[in-house]
Design a protein around this ligand. Sequence first.
Ligand SMILES: O=C(O)COP(=O)(O)O
Ligand SMILES: [Mg+2]
Length: 225
Amino acid sequence: MTQDLKGGALIFDLDGTLLDTADDLAAAMNHALTDLGFEAVAPKEVRHLVGHGARRMLMRGIRISADREATAAELDEAFTLFSQYYSANIADHSRPFAHVLDMIEAFRARGVVCAICTNKREALAVQLIKSLGLDHLFETIVGADTAAAAKPDPAPVNLCLERLDARKAVFVGDSDTDIRAAMAAGLPSAIADFGYGPLELAGEATAVFGNYREAAVIIEKLLAA
Ligand SMILES: O=C(O)COP(=O)(O)O
Ligand SMILES: [Mg+2]
């Protein structure tokens, strides 16, 4: 494991891939829902609502809770309540998945550069990464509002590539959105099967992994190829 991998890059999805954020997202969403008089949604259900940004998560949360569509006004209010609470409690429970930091540090020591490409808004993603003291591991953080469009559009992935100036890159994600964004940008994808999904397109991913020890072996091959 000592081959120089200079020119290589890793682009990480955030929620469900780098960090297990579901409990903090669930708490913030349920704060917003209950404040508006809706029933809370079971935290384990919230995992499946993540990946398309907070508004989509809240829209789907209200649909589950009230068994009807949210009005535009409800959605706006929920978004404001969610954003305030989430920003104030963003890293209460959110933690990196097992062994991912070891993997990133080992690749960085071999010359690999790293980015985050998430459908969280950029400011929240930066706040979260800084709160956990991880900002030194990433050359850039691209959010849903950083490029011209959000994933599955390739624009945020291409912006990461431009900023990283890499010869070869691998996208590491946890959902169909990530697989589609990586494919559209022409990148191989290594996909965690323990994230938030959905993973109906797993067959289109370059590789699927069950933990970051496995991921390290897969990514090493992809970067060295
Ligand atoms: O839905 C979100 O807020 C972000 O999700 P992602 O980090 O998996 O892109
Ligand atoms: Mg994700």
